[in-house]
Design a protein around this ligand. Structure first.
Ligand code: GLV
Length: 329
């Protein structure tokens, strides 16, 4: 078929060809730059004809953008989080939004545990000090960290990633508690994880990790009060979304010793400017939103995003839809 007869799909980023093979011969694609952080004007010029939109989490999709795309049948976000997209506006316009849960669970849980271990054992500071020539002897009191064995891990958000973290943490001998608006009795029994109200979890955990989506309810869930409630020896690990934590409050908490350390894969703003106060704190380990960044995982995310896209283009239900209410209207 002549490519111009195929449905027009805007792909906001240039991605490796072998991630998108299932689209070959099925769509006519227009592709944006490699590391796009906004909707490229070149693509915007085609919005009116576009039937599909393949997005990444750095691209905000607003109601205004949607108003320029009257023929859009589907948006497919190559991410599990969809906070970059105005979901209500999509639902009102009858546009299903696909996301990629499941395929990135293990990679993100691995990164969470990496951050947990790295901050417990102060790897960031120890590495900096070794490079600075401060490793002058085997110091009996140098770079003392915390044990995971026997420590309490408080998991906020017990979805797929929270559960995968719990399974890994059990292997390190940690005592597990969790907070989630929905209790999960079977999981509590199978892994001896105890439910805890949020304020109690913050008071009792040695490590707190976040696995909730960013919503109006979870924005700044880790506030000044929440950080003040934590133990001075506690560590906060965030591999979810930066805005779940009030950044100013976190800077204060780390500087004033309300908590011992933080390890962040996500920040607010994101990326953090190089002169941001968090970068000056040796007790804050920061990595650039790499939770799902393994070769296999990113390829699987792209493949699932292609499946969602193709289903939406032919009017089928998306395998993973973030706004299922769209099918009720
Ligand atoms: C990554 O942060 C994702 O939402 O997939």
């Amino acid at each position: 078929m002549n490519p111009s007869e195929l449905p027009l799909v805007l792909i906001t980023h240039t991605l490796p060809d072998d991630w998108l093979t299932s689209l070959e011969g099925k769509v006519n694609s227009k592709i944006g730059p490699t590391d796009a952080t906004y909707f490229s004007p070149d693509l915007e010029a085609h919005l009116e004809q576009a039937e599909g939109l393949f997005t990444l989490l750095t691209i905000p999709v607003s109601d205004e953008l949607l108003s320029k795309a009257p023929n859009l049948k589907v948006i497919s976000n190559m991410a599990v989080g969809v906070d970059n997209i105005d979901l209500d506006a999509c639902t009102r316009r009858g546009i299903p939004v696909g996301n990629t849960p499941g395929v990135l669970t293990e990679a993100t849980a691995d990164l969470t545990v990496s951050l947990l271990l790295a901050s417990a054992r102060r790897l960031f500071e120890a590495n900096l000090d070794a490079r600075k020539g401060l490793w002058t002897t085997w110091s009996p009191t140098g770079w003392l960290g915390y044990d995971l064995d026997g420590a309490t891990l408080g998991i906020i958000g017990m979805g797929k990633i929270g559960k995968a973290v719990a399974q890994r943490a059990k292997g390190f001998g940690m005592d597990l508690i969790y907070y989630d608006p929905n209790r999960i009795p079977d999981f509590e029994i199978s892994l001896s994880v105890r439910f805890s109200p949020l304020d109690q979890l913050l008071h009792t955990s040695d490590f707190v990790c976040l696995h909730v989506p960013l919503t109006p309810q979870t924005r700044h869930m880790i506030s000044y009060d929440a950080l003040r409630a934590m133990k001075p020896t506690a560590t906060l690990v965030n591999t979810a979304r930066g805005q779940i934590v009030n950044t100013e409050a976190l800077v204060t908490a780390l500087k004033e010793g309300w908590i011992a350390a933080a390890a962040l894969d996500v920040t607010d703003p994101e990326p953090l400017p190089p002169n941001h106060p968090l970068f000056e704190l040796p007790n804050c380990l920061i990595v650039p939103h790499i939770g799902s960044a393994t070769r296999n995982t990113r390829r699987k995310m792209a493949e699932l995003a292609c499946q969602n896209l193709l289903a939406g283009l032919v009017g089928e239900r998306l395998p993973h839809c973030a706004n299922p209410e769209v099918y009720e209207t």
